[in-house]
Write a protein that binds this ligand. Structure first.
Ligand SMILES: [Fe+2]
Ligand SMILES: [Fe+2]
Length: 213
């Protein structure tokens, strides 16, 4: 007959296995300092003379990262906020401000593209490795609709009566999507990861972000 001690041993073995799986994850390697790979890459870039453009990208990404306390979820939260502010500027435009609308849609496209790239290349795969597949798939599915809204806005006459209602609908999707990430998925995932794993995710995400700057 199984005793309470047996089931406790089984439970602790389960926990050990989970920890071991986590340690084997692609997101668990690397040093204590999540910024180390970036700094190493910067030194390598300087050594072979990659130059000013690369340095500009590096500074842009690292200043965003430092402002957010060098935590991947805080960086993404800042980007959500900046993106929603762009939507608000767009919603404040008049129908005859077509040049301004074109420029803001372009800025929105750039910001959303970079943000989605970081999440799709690093955060969502890390979620799937931690068995958070349902949430990762749901969020990535919504990114498809983000691209659809961008396509619609880019190909719409900027003085169309449909322009602002489409922006409003698009903003609501982004707000809801960001809320799910910020309030449900990301805090739970961050808490489940070790400090080292979170630093690794931040480092990988910054590298992907730099590719899009
Ligand atoms: Fe997202
Ligand atoms: Fe996001």
């Amino acid at each position: 007959m199984a005793t309470r001690n047996d089931s406790r041993t089984r439970d602790s073995k389960k926990t050990d296995n989970r920890e071991a799986r986590r340690e084997r994850s692609a997101f668990s390697f690397g040093g204590k300092d999540g910024a180390a790979p970036l700094l190493g890459a910067l030194a390598a870039g300087a050594a072979i003379g990659i130059g000013a453009n690369w340095a500009r990208k590096f500074l842009q990404q690292t200043s965003e990262s430092m402002m957010a306390g060098n935590a991947w979820d805080e960086i993404l939260k800042l980007e959500h906020k900046a993106t929603l502010a762009k939507f608000d500027l767009l919603l404040a435009t008049a129908d005859d401000e077509t040049g301004k609308r074109t420029a803001l849609v372009k800025a929105l496209h750039y910001a959303l593209n970079k943000h989605a790239h970081q999440e799709e290349q690093v955060v969502y795969p890390a979620l799937r490795q931690a068995n958070e597949t349902v949430d990762a798939d749901h969020l990535e599915h919504e990114h498809g609709y983000v691209k659809t809204f961008l396509y619609r806005l880019e190909n719409m006459e900027k003085d169309s009566a449909d322009f602002l209602p489409t922006v409003r609908e698009f903003r609501a999707l982004i707000e809801e999507h960001a809320r799910m990430e910020e309030e449900q998925v990301f805090p739970r995932f961050r808490a489940a990861m070790s400090e080292e794993q979170n630093a690794r995710i931040t480092s990988l995400m910054n590298k992907e972000g730099m590719k899009m700057n």
